[in-house]
Design a protein around this ligand. Structure first.
Ligand code: SAM
Length: 665
């Protein structure tokens, strides 16, 4: 099997079967037609992304999921004769020709009709017939058709198409009040000649232009397309006009941003990568202003609780002895063990030093749950000091997890395959006991009890997380984000009723998942949970970049490398931002400076996410997803060119100095 066939199978599994397409003939058709042969050579690498791609004459080849779901909605039989309006590249016609007997397809752009006809002949699709003309009038010569599909959005169902539909036939067409937004509609013609209609959901197609479609010339009445609207260069220009340029991170005027944040209780600051210096520094800058000017006292980050607790100990200058050990030694170390974070922590230390009341000092907390064993150690350490009997019980209970110390994922596997007993009962009992002793412990130990309790919570949720991991990504992803959000709520409650928090996590956690492909897969995230819990009092900020360098690994547990970030995909939000020609900016999306910018960005596009692993060679397959930016974020911060974070640690280690980051001097 060649690479493209493999990618095609993957696309069918992930984007079609994964999203509910079941018709075996449709899936088989999608498995066999080589989509890369229907796009320009330079776009071939993107052929198996579930996205529309540009073709000649300013048109598009439809998204694979859309081609498959329309074909499925046609309920085709092998003997059917099909009419398609809107040949475009000829791809959908080729797919239909694998399912039905004959396909007739009409295209209004002559150059497209010609190119598609040649291409289909070359590839051997002998049962597809292409015609140049206005498809809103159908193709009467070969009527009636058992099925008709229209691949462009019209104001209503063209009468000619209804006439050319055979009794028992199905017609699928996008219909909308404007040329750019539609509902997918299926019309059935009954044996007695009557019709009925069902609605298959909202879609976005290029306009159907013709005698029974929209008029070609712009400006002819309220329903004609706005001149130039949604052409990428127009959107880029709008971004240019609406953006607030950032001249320098240290010097940026953040007054307008702070006004927009207003009285929000939680501000979520994202990042499109886990290793970009500008993202860390800009988040630090915004956070400093929120702490200084708006009384924020919680900085909660995508790091493990016990690791962040060491930074917290330093920044709040806590009076008790710090637990032994090092912070941020787990892969990916550069994510928090870097100069940018160190600098922020030093600032916070000095700032807090000047704050008299300890409860007004801003703390640094970890939301994540990967610290199973450090958290076990922390609970035991606490109980050893305060309640030796309870510590004995805890040791016995947590002993259940000890065999998996080096590889918690193996625990999930062993338990779910039935070869090992789950430790759920024990870890939950531990958490319950810790909660029951709240009054006694908290009264005596205050925040140190909170720390131990949170570690017991991490152990209980991590145990569940590793079991869920065995079943696949959705459940474990959701458990992790739920844990992170719960931790945020615990912090807000603990630090008092008016507490305000800043969160630093990847865009994929802080943007509203409901506005992305993740939502379609049933994944939720911290941003979505915050939006549901706090409404407008949650302010979600995404960060993006076009090109430069980034710190990332090639494989899990691999060494950090400085990798070159490829210029963004032509169909992405990042490309629009790049084409705005503003090198760095803030772009308000909830309250934009120009309303049109929000409208224009509301058409779903690709967005890039670089995690701890970055594989530029295949980034289209692993790092891009579909999103609707203004629903995902309230604001977007852009740095066109970025550079990798500066990792810490190597120099001190190589010089033989004990590595005690952070700040254990
Ligand atoms: N099915 C195509 C494919 O697989 O590549 C994609 C079709 S594209 C989304 C819509 C096509 O409809 C465009 O090529 C456009 O030129 C065409 N179109 C728009 N109005 C039309 C009309 N009245 N008659 C025929 N084609 C039309």
């Amino acid at each position: 099997m060649d690479e493209q066939t493999r990618e095609r199978q993957r696309m069918v599994e992930r984007h079609l079967i994964g999203r509910g397409i079941r018709d075996p003939a449709v899936l088989e058709g999608m498995r066999t037609v080589p989509r890369e042969a229907f796009v320009a050579a330079e776009l071939a690498e993107f052929a198996y992304e579930d996205a529309p791609l540009p073709i000649e004459a300013g048109q598009t080849i439809s998204q694979p999921y859309m081609v498959a779901s329309m074909a499925a909605a046609l309920e085709l039989r092998p003997s059917d004769r099909v009419l398609e309006v809107g040949t475009g590249s000829g791809y959908a016609a080729a797919v239909l020709s694998r399912i039905a007997r004959e396909v007739y397809t009409v295209e209004r752009h002559e150059e497209l009709a010609l190119a598609a006809s040649r291409r289909l002949a070359r590839l051997g699709y002998t049962n597809v017939h292409v015609q140049h003309g206005d498809g809103t009038l159908g193709w009467a010569e070969h009527a009636p058709y058992d099925a008709i599909v229209v691949a462009a959005g019209g104001p209503d169902v063209p009468k000619a198409l209804l006439d050319q539909l055979a009794p028992g036939g199905r017609l699928v067409i996008p219909i909308g009040e404007t040329p750019r937004e539609q509902d997918l509609v299926r019309v059935r013609r009954h044996q007695d000649g009557t019709f009925d209609r069902d609605d298959l959901g909202a879609v976005r197609f290029v306009p159907l232009i013709g005698a029974e479609g929209w008029k070609e010339a712009p400006g002819t009445g309220p329903v004609a397309p706005r001149p130039g609207a949604s052409r990428p260069e127009v959107v880029a220009k709008l971004i240019h006009e609406a953006a607030e340029p950032i001249e320098s991170i240290d010097g940026a005027n953040l007054d307008a941003l702070l006004d927009r944040i207003g009285n929000a209780r939680v501000v979520l600051l994202g990042e499109a990568t886990h290793g970009t210096s500008e993202f860390y520094r800009m988040r630090a800058r915004i956070t400093q202003e929120l702490i200084r000017q708006r009384g924020f006292t919680v900085v909660a980050v995508e790091a493990d609780w016990p690791d962040a607790a060491r930074v917290d100990h330093y920044v709040r200058q806590l009076p008790w002895e710090r637990a032994p050990g090092q912070a941020f030694t787990r892969f990916p170390t550069w994510m928090w063990r870097n100069r940018e974070v160190e600098q922020f922590a030093r600032w916070l230390h000095d700032y807090n030093g000047a704050v008299e009341a300890p409860e007004r000092r801003a703390g640094f907390y970890g939301l994540d749950l990967y610290s199973l064993y450090n958290s076990i150690a922390a609970v035991l350490h606490y109980l050893d000091g305060v309640d030796p009997d309870a510590a004995r019980v805890a040791r016995a209970r947590y002993g259940c997890l000890t065999p998996w110390q080096g590889d918690p994922a193996a625990y999930g596997r062993a338990v779910t395959t039935g070869s090992y007993r789950a430790c759920e009962e024990q870890v939950v009992a531990m958490l319950r006991d810790m909660l029951e002793k709240r009054l006694e412990y908290q009264l005596r130990d205050g925040e140190r009890y909170l720390d131990a309790l949170q570690n017991a919570r991490v152990v209980a949720n991590a145990e569940q997380y590793y079991r869920a991991m065995y079943y696949g990504s959705r459940d474990s992803w959701n458990l992790r984000d739920q844990h992170m959000f719960e931790t945020l709520q615990v912090l807000l409650a603990f630090r008092g009723p008016d507490t305000k928090a800043v969160v630093w996590e990847h865009n994929s956690h802080v943007g509203n998942a409901a506005a992305t492909e993740m939502g379609a897969r049933g994944e939720l995230n911290v941003g979505q949970l915050a939006r549901a819990a706090f409404g407008d009092a949650a302010y979600l900020v995404g960060f993006g970049t076009d090109h430069g360098t980034v710190a990332a690994a090639s494989d899990w547990d691999g060494p950090m490398e400085v990798k070159r970030v490829r210029p963004a995909h032509p169909q992405s939000y990042e490309r629009l931002c790049h084409d705005s020609t503003v090198p760095a900016f803030q772009l308000a999306l909830r309250q934009p400076r120009r309303m049109e910018v929000r409208d224009e960005l509301s058409a779903a596009r690709l967005e890039r996410a670089i995690g701890v692993i970055y594989r530029p060679e295949t980034e289209m397959a692993s790092h891009y997803f579909q999103a609707v930016l203004p629903v995902q974020f309230d604001e977007y911060v852009w740095f066109d060119e970025t550079r990798a974070v500066s990792p810490l640690g190597e120099s001190t280690r190589s010089a033989g100095i004990p590595d005690t980051y952070p700040f254990g001097l």
